[in-house]
Ligand binder design. Structure first.
Ligand SMILES: *Cc1c(COP(=O)(O)O)cnc(C)c1O
Length: 411
């Protein structure tokens, strides 16, 4: 059993030995934020962004003006997509910056089930505890297309397993939509195994990478993944509402038709053609004008990740998560709270959920004192650990504060 004194000393030792420690200073750190434990929901901004935005406004936008589209903005969703793709194991020409995660999910889910309808496949498989938007999109598409939803009942402290997927997929499965990392528990799914099982059954597979992109290595190509969508404002620090990225396996691209047919997805965008003719490649998944301004911060973070490497980021993520567990054991679990995340190891992502009935109130008290985890109903505090911007000392301070406020709430 680790004690509070042990964990404080351990945090100092881990920070001193952390090969990525210097990067924490590359992010905006206001002294009023004592401990930021929500980088899994909204990453911190890089300090370099002030300069980048100034340059974008003064030069790219202010000086180049409309010429910017020819000089790179039209290519930007695909150029930046290739670089992001490389971070998740995708060869060039398969990843792109698109709309919000929600809209991209809609487009790709619809495209996938429509492509499968000719073979009489009428079911969509999804976890019953996946992120609300994923479930809501599937409900909408199922209603629109007359399909059936097959729910995988997941353990709230874990996630969908290979055995569960094997048991539910079959000749009627059109699509399997799962999260790589469960937003609640932090469970890491077996992407390669589940993808193979689903594809053996003839289903297409769409992975939601929102809680893994930029922090957990992913081998999309090597795992035979068909489709993926990922968020860029979480571990990719793209800023509030930065657009999502999509992945469509190369040999699937022309077989799919997405439902939001706009001019940016047309074969010849400036032909102003009388009828919609989709582009013969990845561009067909675009709809309208790309949100260029909203990718400035994302590009800066992609650059940093290219330099550091996702494997090194994952190594620190594991160390931070293991340390957070030790700190919770010292400060919070003895007060009756429970860990609702997988045990240490490859099935644990970069955040932990700890539960207690008093945590809604505790979270309010924590935010008031600059300790910022997030609360997920009914009773969970998520401790999110964004490796490049988080110190071990910050985790210790934050977790100790959770203990103090829980003690106060129980008094
Ligand atoms: C964060 C997150 C989303 C967010 O979708 P938006 O369209 O960006 O609001 C969707 N799915 C999962 C799994 C997420 O973690």
């Amino acid at each position: 059993m680790t004690t509070p004194a042990d964990t404080a000393a351990l945090a100092a030792a881990l920070d001193a030995a952390d090969p990525l420690a210097a990067h924490t200073a590359a992010f905006v750190r206001d002294p009023s934020v004592v401990s930021y434990l929500d980088g899994n929901s909204l990453g911190r901004p890089l300090t370099a962004l002030e300069q980048r935005f100034a340059r974008f406004i003064g030069h790219d936008w202010g000086t180049r003006l409309i010429r910017g589209w020819d000089e790179g903005w039209m290519r930007r969703p695909y150029d930046l997509g290739d670089r992001l793709g490389a971070l998740v194991g995708a060869a060039a020409g398969q990843a792109f910056i698109g709309d919000s995660t929600t809209v991209l999910l809609y487009k790709l889910v619809r495209a996938a089930v429509d492509a499968q309808s000719a073979s009489g496949r009428t079911e969509i498989v999804i976890e019953d505890d996946s992120f609300p938007t994923d479930r809501f999109i599937v409900e909408g598409v199922a209603a629109e297309r007359g399909l059936e939803i097959r729910w995988i009942e997941v353990d709230r402290a874990a996630g969908a397993t290979l055995e569960q997927v094997r048991a539910i997929v079959g000749e009627r499965t059109a699509l399997v939509l799962l999260s790589h990392v469960a937003y609640r528990s932090g469970h890491v799914a077996d992407v390669a195994g589940i993808t193979a099982a689903a594809r053996d059954a003839g289903a297409l597979v769409l992975w939601d990478l929102c809680h893994s992109a930029g922090v957990i290595p992913t081998a999309l190509d090597a795992s035979g993944v068909d489709l993926a969508v990922g968020c860029t404002y979480k571990y990719l620090n793209g800023g509030p509402g930065s657009p999502a990225f999509g992945y469509v396996r190369r040999d699937l691209q022309t077989a799919l038709a997405q439902p939001i047919q706009g001019w940016m997805g047309a074969a010849d965008v400036f032909a102003m053609a009388p009828r919609y003719e989709p582009a013969p490649d990845l561009r067909r998944f675009a709809s309208g004008t790309p949100p260029v301004l909203a990718t400035v911060a994302l590009e800066a973070m992609v650059e940093l990740l290219e330099q550091v490497g996702v494997d090194a980021v994952r190594e620190k993520s594991v160390a931070l998560t293991d340390f957070a567990e030790a700190s919770l054991e010292a400060h919070v679990l003895p007060l009756g709270a429970r860990l609702a995340s997988p045990p240490a190891g490859p099935t644990r992502g970069s955040h932990l959920t700890v539960t207690h009935p008093a945590f809604r109130e505790v979270t309010e008290r924590l935010w008031a004192r600059g300790v910022i985890p997030d609360f997920r109903g009914p009773d969970g505090i998520r401790v999110g650990l964004s490796p490049l911007s988080t110190t071990f000392a910050e985790v210790e301070t934050g977790v100790a504060a959770i203990g103090e406020e829980l003690r106060a709430a129980l008094a």
